[in-house]
Ligand binder design. Structure first.
Ligand SMILES: FC(F)(F)Cc1cc2c(N3CCN(c4nnc(C(F)(F)F)s4)CC3)ncnc2s1
Length: 466
């Protein structure tokens, strides 16, 4: 693949968001593949100019804030970086040693090493704006997503069609071969296996408009939003729950006229999770929960968080699930306590018993949320819960009115809302769980009876809901 053809050149110089959208649209609707390296360099260059090196003259934008004028993206710069990438890859890989047209494990390892070996020796991998080939080519830095993407882009330069990006909620890697099942990673459940167009969606979804912890570039977020709608309309987000969630968040911040509301996108994300990934992804539910929380729909937030915990309880927590662990930590130890404080101070709701503190469904979802996290920790190589979790649980629990806490009867100790045969089944299961609980108990040093009771109740509740 030489330099750019007329096809790409015609869009340069890129002077505004629409020029970038037009370039992406052309790349996504060509009979042959979108050029991953080209598109990643373009996005990285714009992101770098609008967030890292905001050297542009400012203009007063619609929100009366000082925004840099959109950077002019010259063809010469992009072509020079692209040529650098193509040259480096082609010079490092002697394909005569790999005559087979299909990628092999050793070739994937070899190309991965070529990418790795050109990275800076040591740098902070979790920093922002290290996800694009622009970062790789100008700073020799890539985050974990960026490394996997660079390898896939390298294989596209080498004209392989059977090497693709695989994405889980916390990790990115390369799949290759006939059924794309060959890959180093076997521990991840239900990964997103990307087509070339979904690989474009991954770099668009990976755009980071953050200038600093409190400020985003309006232009960069707007570009990300327009490109996600383009991908959505072309059907390339159909199997990409995280990108749909991303778009939902962007729509909440700045609604696009004529487009569906955020809740529809979070619903689409959940439906994709159920339809294509056996409902094994957590983020579709935590996107929805976070949205409901921000909009003070606390009953719905608890429902979404309980659904998220019902997904994660089928996993074993290992240290790779860092990001997901941080999500649940924030929900349990920050968002729910904040929510309880705010509803507890709502006197009107308290007097009329309309707040979630009097609502058995909310209490049930609250318990189901903790049940999921406790099961997540059970049989896991790494501990999840520590005393802060227990303290925050006790705090949040105590905010529910005792009337709802009585409503949930312990199985076998009084009538419960389920039918009788389920009770007997629950009893012997409780025997099993009880043993598990005992195993757990010696680890936890909070009040035994309460803890046991909660465990058994949430297990019962969880089972009844199936
Ligand atoms: F490649 C890794 F290793 F980085 C894993 C991936 C992450 C990720 C993503 N994210 C991560 C989840 N993410 C979330 N933002 N808010 C979330 C929620 F907690 F509100 F649900 S989850 C931002 C976008 N969006 C598109 N694609 C990917 S692939």
């Amino acid at each position: 693949m030489a330099g750019f053809r007329e096809r790409e050149k015609q869009y340069f110089p890129l002077q505004k968001i629409q020029d970038v959208v037009d370039l992406f649209k052309d790349q996504l609707t060509t009979p042959d593949e979108p050029n991953l390296a080209l598109l990643s360099i373009v996005l990285g260059l714009i992101e770098n100019t609008l967030t890292v090196n905001r050297a542009l003259p400012n203009h007063i934008d619609s929100s009366q804030s000082l925004e840099p004028i959109f950077p002019v993206v010259e063809l010469s710069i992009v072509e020079a970086l692209y040529t650098k990438f193509v040259t480096q890859i082609k010079r490092s890989v002697d394909l005569t040693k790999f005559p087979d047209g299909n990628a092999t494990r050793e070739l994937v390892k070899f190309v991965s090493d070529v990418v790795w070996s050109s990275l800076m020796r040591s740098y902070y991998k979790d920093k922002a704006h290290l996800q694009s080939l622009y970062s790789y080519l100008t700073g020799n830095k890539l985050d974990c997503f960026g490394v996997a993407f660079a390898v896939v882009a390298a294989f596209q330069v080498l004209e392989y069609k059977d090497v693709h990006l695989a994405l889980s909620e916390d990790h990115a890697w390369v799949v290759f071969g006939e059924d794309l099942k060959d890959s180093a990673e076997v521990t991840w459940h239900e990964p997103v296996i990307c087509t070339r167009q979904m690989e474009v969606a991954s770099i668009v979804s990976g755009i980071n408009p953050s200038i600093n912890a409190t400020t985003d570039s309006v232009e960069m977020a707007s570009l990300q939003q327009d490109l996600l709608w383009l991908l959505h309309d072309l059907g390339h987000l159909e199997k990409y729950p995280m990108a749909l969630g991303n778009l939902g968040d962007l729509e909440e911040i700045s609604p696009t006229p004529g487009r569906p509301p955020p809740l529809d996108l979070f619903e689409e994300s959940i439906e994709a999770n159920k339809k294509y990934y056996n409902n094994r992804h957590v983020y579709p539910y935590t996107y929805l929960g976070a949205y409901q929380y921000r909009n003070m729909n606390y009953k719905e937030a608890l429902q979404a968080w309980a659904d998220a915990a019902s997904v994660v309880k089928t996993y074993n927590y290992n240290r790779q699930d860092e990001e997901i662990y941080k999500e649940f930590l924030e929900i349990a130890n920050d968002l729910i306590p904040q929510m309880m404080k705010s509803v507890a101070s709502d006197n009107a709701a308290r007097i009329h018993h309309t707040s979630i503190l009097y609502n058995p469904d909310c209490y049930s979802n609250f318990l189901r949320f903790y049940d999921g996290i406790c099961e997540w920790e059970e049989d896991s190589p790494n501990p999840v819960l520590h005393i802060t979790w227990a303290n925050q649980l006790a705090f949040s629990l105590s905010k529910f009115d005792c009337s709802v806490r009585k409503l949930i009867a312990l199985p076998g100790t009084g009538e419960s809302s389920s039918s009788s045969e389920e009770d007997s089944e629950e009893d012997e299961e409780d025997e099993v769980n009880h043993n598990k609980d005992n195993k757990k108990d010696d680890k936890e040093n909070i009040t035994q009876t309460d803890d046991n009771k909660i465990e058994k109740v949430v297990k019962a509740r969880g089972r009844r809901r199936k």
